[in-house]
Ligand binder design. Structure first.
Ligand SMILES: *Cc1c(COP(=O)(O)O)cnc(C)c1O
Length: 391
């Protein structure tokens, strides 16, 4: 019988041979950065729940009580009838938190990036995108049909040349991660603002890994670098440090009005569940009231970096914050080391192409403020041992 999908089996075996097939497993999350996998309790160093809020009793209580009254799903897109008082309250809270006029919710951070870029540039415009930007920014560029110029990671001179060459375009837009997700380095936001101003370009900053984590008040790398008043479009996620789910853009009222009218990923997708909005609002509240969470997170992150250094683990690139990459080059080495750590009681991410460039497979360790000092020290010890064994 003709099997129209037979090509998939062939392609999957190719992935398998190259060590690039991804296994699909299910993890049971437990409180305080523990989890259960195949019947075994592990310390979870593969979560983006940086502030340990996903399991916080206050978020759970907010979610439960709203679900009990408003139900589970939102029932419609925000545009039609899905936007409830819980959505408007969260948007107001986000605008206040970010010191912006207004904010708009999206179903996910992915949808916020792809929908915003494709709403503000199109044919005849040029987008400038850092080579290491997140997939949701890349897909936004593709979706927009604007001409996309990818510049080498952090290369301001190359970006400036591209901006000059595009001076005749209708609109220009620079897009960048604030913290790059796989390398954990910060974008040069001051210089990017300078370039955007000099070349009359818009600038979009994706603070997915930075909201709640960086800046004295937790407003991200834009706060840390003092560029909040310089007009960049700020995108964030509620799915990481905030402990809930969803994406948002905060900015001037006119931008938010435009996205309400033109961002297809929020217009043609069902609104976030009201209970999720309530949980996210609680998360934002806690981020404002409990700065000790991000302080502890950054202290633990420094602790892991120095522990690894003390134990002779040299493959940690220059990085800051709760994402600690350990570059192991081959995909097989990354998998083998992650498995070894799993046997020792730690869950860490093994990241392979196409998520990272060929030859730069890595472990991606992420910390949360719910980890204990001894968890961090033991992980460093186990990792050093695993790497010694692998030779
Ligand atoms: C996780 C992530 C997103 C997507 O956010 P979700 O809410 O998970 O869809 C966007 N950008 C970056 C840099 C991310 O790491």
């Amino acid at each position: 019988m003709h099997d129209p999908l037979s090509w998939i089996s062939d392609e999957l075996s190719v992935l398998d041979e190259r060590g690039l097939a991804r296994t699909r497993r299910s993890v049971t999350p437990l409180a305080d950065a523990w989890c259960e996998l195949s019947g075994k309790r592990l310390r979870n160093f593969a979560t983006n729940d940086y502030l340990n809020l996903a399991h916080d009793p206050r978020l759970i209580k907010a979610d439960r009580s709203v679900a009990a009254s408003a139900g589970c799903g939102a029932r419609a897109s925000a545009l039609v009838a899905g936007r409830t008082g819980w959505h408007t309250r969260l948007e107001t809270k986000l605008a206040q938190f970010e010191h912006q006029e207004a904010a708009i919710l999206f179903p996910t951070g992915y949808a916020a990036n792809s929908g915003t870029i494709s709403a503000i540039v199109s044919r005849g415009d040029v987008v400038f995108s850092d080579r290491l930007n997140h997939a949701s920014l890349i897909d936004g560029c593709r979706l927009s049909r604007a001409e996309t110029r990818v510049y080498p990671h952090g290369d301001l001179a190359a970006l400036q040349r591209e901006l000059k060459a595009a001076s005749q375009a209708r609109r220009r837009l620079i897009v960048t991660d604030a913290v790059f997700s796989m390398d954990a380095d910060l974008a040069p936001l001051v210089e990017l603002c300078d370039l955007a101003e000099r070349h009359e370009s818009m600038l979009l900053i994706d603070e997915a890994h930075a909201t709640g984590v960086f800046g004295e008040k937790g407003r991200g790398v834009a706060e840390l670098k003092g560029i909040e008043e310089r007009g960049a479009i700020r995108v964030g996620t509620l799915s990481k440090a905030v402990g809930a789910m969803g994406g948002f853009v905060a900015g001037p009222q006119k931008l938010i009005d435009w996205l309400w009218n033109r961002a297809r990923t929020q217009m043609f997708s069902t609104a976030l569940p009201p209970a999720v909005c309530a949980a996210a609002a609680e998360g934002i509240e806690i981020i404002q009231r409990e700065p000790w969470r991000r302080e502890r997170l950054l202290t633990l992150s420094d602790r892991l970096r120095s522990q690894l250094q003390d134990r002779g683990v040299e493959s940690v690139p220059q990085s800051v914050g709760p994402i600690v990459p350990v570059v192991l080059n081959s995909a097989r080495a990354a998998i083998a080391t992650a498995e070894c750590l799993e046997r020792a009681g730690f869950l860490v991410g093994a990241i392979r192409p196409p998520t990272v460039p060929e030859g730069t497979s890595r472990l991606r360790i992420t910390l949360t403020c719910g980890h204990r000092e001894e968890d961090v020290d033991e992980l460093a010890g186990a990792l050093a041992a695993a790497l010694r064994k692998a030779g």
